[in-house]
Every structure is written in C-alpha cells, then in structure tokens.
Design a protein around this ligand. Structure first.
Ligand SMILES: [Zn+2]
Length: 336
C-alpha cells in the first residue's frame, strides 16, 4: 500500500457530520506541499486545486470525497444522567448497541437501549448513551444539548490484506484523493480535489463546492456496500474484485462517456475494476450532477463490508486500484 499510516490516521480522526474541523486541518497540512491553491468555503469544504497543463481536450474535473462520519447528537439529558440522542447520519442501532462513542471534548460513552435492541428498528430515539454520569446535573459537567459524538473503532489488519476500522466511509476516499494529488505532476486536466462536509446528512457539502467550481465532470470518490456476504442487500459488489466504477445508484445515473473513460483507463493500465450498481444509498455524484446547469457525473468507489458502523472492512488492493484509476483518469484525453 502507498501509505497505510496515512489511511490509519485518517480513520482515527474525529469528524462527525457537521463537525469536520479536525479532519480538514489534518488534510490541509498533508495536501499543502502538492497544491496550487487551497480554500475552505463557508460551509467547511476544503477545496484543493491543482492546475492543469491544458490542451484541446482538457477538462475541469471535481473529485469529491467526504470528510464526515456518522454519529449521534445529544437531544435530551435524563434525570439519571443518561443521554438521549438523535442521528447524525444513518446509524444501525444493532451495531451501535453496547458500542463505544467519544465526544469531541474527549468524553467517552457506551451506547445502550431503552428496551430490547431487537425492537429498536434503527430508531436512534430508542438508544441512550451512558457516560458514567450519575444525574442530569453531573452529566452537564461533561456534555450539553447539541454535543455530537462518534464511534470509536480501532484500525486493525485482517487476513488477506483486508483492514477493519471506523470511518472507512469515507476516509478511504480522503486517502485516495491525497495519494492521487501527490501523483499529479502535470496532468492536462484541471483538477479540484474537494474534501466535502455533511455527505452523510444528504450530500450537502458538495452542492456549494460544485456551484463554486463549475466542473465539466464531477466524480464522487466514496465507498459502496458489499454484496458478497450474507446481508440484507443484493447486488454484485465484491471485496477484492477491484475498484468500483459507478454506473447507477438511486441518486444518480452516471454519464456514459465518463464511465467509458474509466473503463478505458482500467483496461489500458491493467487496473482491476468492477461495475457498481446499487439500489439503496447515494453519493455526492448526485449533487454535482444537478449543480449549476448540469455536470457530467461519475463515481470511483471502494467496496466495503459492514459500512456505517465501527468495524467496516475493506481490501487494501481495492483502495490502491482506486488511486491508480484516479491518476489515470486525471491524465485522460476526453473525446466529449
Ligand atoms: Zn460515504
């Protein structure tokens, strides 16, 4: 792997949707030596520009990877000191149950349930967080209404060069963009590497970023759920089958010319790839697609098992294939 320490560090940063500051500052520092320009916009997106060398077919490309991760926010403090929470992004109550969370100020907690977890039905209202407080007054010494928390989930190696960690969604994308930026030494195309906020709340950050940049092509760089193990999803996404080229999800139909260009890149550079079609979920490709007067959309995705919990699993080889595709696509000569 190009820089496993970088991926590990990215996954362990605290960056719940709407509160991505620590992730942004980390990425800004890593990107600065390679960028022509770096800006943070009003909603918190980090926009890293690497000017293109130009040419007759040169395009302006926006890559969007999101910095935010799912978590919870305190909405009520019970008299006994338990914290009632709402979702920041989509949480599986079953995997949150008895899991550990951390607030931005470092306060730790354990997630539990008002009744049987089997009956929580993915409703965060059924959950509560135990920070060890003995009363409402005691709890308020540590947290308050509006305090956000995220999962703890150590980065662990698994067999067959697979890895497990919290926040692979979408620190994998942040890693891929940083590595692709390092490899951009004179691409013809003008590239904006955008590290977006609040994707988990409805692809929010990429909207104003795309409006600012007005790209010719917008590519979401994200994860996608695996279908190669017994689960409630159905499809063809397989861990270790290569980087995913997005064809369609419920929020976007990718531009056929963009898909063809990605397939071309993979064939020419011998990059393992799989075509990605999902019938649940979405990515920032949708908001770029419909921004301004319309943008040709695409997606470069890594297949992940158990997304949206503290123990997501991915293949290092798939992630590296994703960086290979980003580099090839950034240098591609487009015919549309
Ligand atoms: Zn994501």
């Amino acid at each position: 792997m190009r820089d496993e320490k970088l991926l590990q560090e990215l996954t362990q940063l605290w960056g719940v949707a709407g509160y991505e500051g620590a992730v942004r500052e980390f990425i800004r520092e890593k990107a600065a030596p390679y960028a022509d320009d770096i800006q943070t916009d009003a909603v918190g997106n980090l926009i890293v520009h690497k000017k293109g060398a130009g040419g007759a077919h040169a395009k302006k490309i926006m890559y969007a990877a999101h910095m935010d991760e799912i978590g919870f926010m305190v909405k009520k403090i019970e008299a006994d000191g338990r914290l009632r929470v709402c979702n920041l992004g989509w949480n599986w109550t079953a995997s949150a149950y008895n899991g550990r969370v951390r607030f931005r100020n470092g306060v730790n907690g354990v997630v539990s349930c008002e009744g049987k977890i089997e009956e929580a039905d993915n409703k965060a209202g059924k959950l509560y967080i135990d920070i060890g407080a003995t009363s409402k007054e005691d709890a308020k010494k540590y947290v308050d209404l509006g305090s956000p928390c995220g999962y703890l989930g150590e980065y662990l190696p698994l067999a067959n060069d697979r890895i497990c960690a919290k926040s692979l969604d979408d620190r994998i994308g942040c890693y891929m963009l940083l590595e692709a930026l390092k490899e951009n030494t004179g691409c013809p195309n003008d590239i904006y590497y955008v590290f977006c906020v609040q994707e988990e709340l409805g692809c929010r950050g990429s909207k104003p970023a795309a409006a600012r940049i007005c790209p010719d092509i917008g590519v979401a760089v994200d994860i996608t759920p695996a279908h190669d193990y017994p689960c409630d999803l159905e499809g063809s996404n397989t861990v270790d089958d290569g980087v995913g080229i997005k064809i369609c999800d419920p929020s976007v139909v990718c531009y056929e010319g963009v898909v063809a260009a990605m397939v071309d890149c993979c064939k020419e550079k011998h990059i393992p790839y799989q075509k990605e079609v999902i019938d649940q979920g979405g990515t920032d490709a949708s908001s770029m697609n419909l921004s301004g007067t319309g943008v040709r959309a695409g997606g470069i995705v890594v297949v992940v098992r158990y997304p949206h919990c503290q123990s997501a699993v991915a293949s290092k080889a798939d992630i590296e294939a994703g960086v290979d595709l980003l580099t090839a696509f950034s240098n591609y000569t487009f015919t549309f």
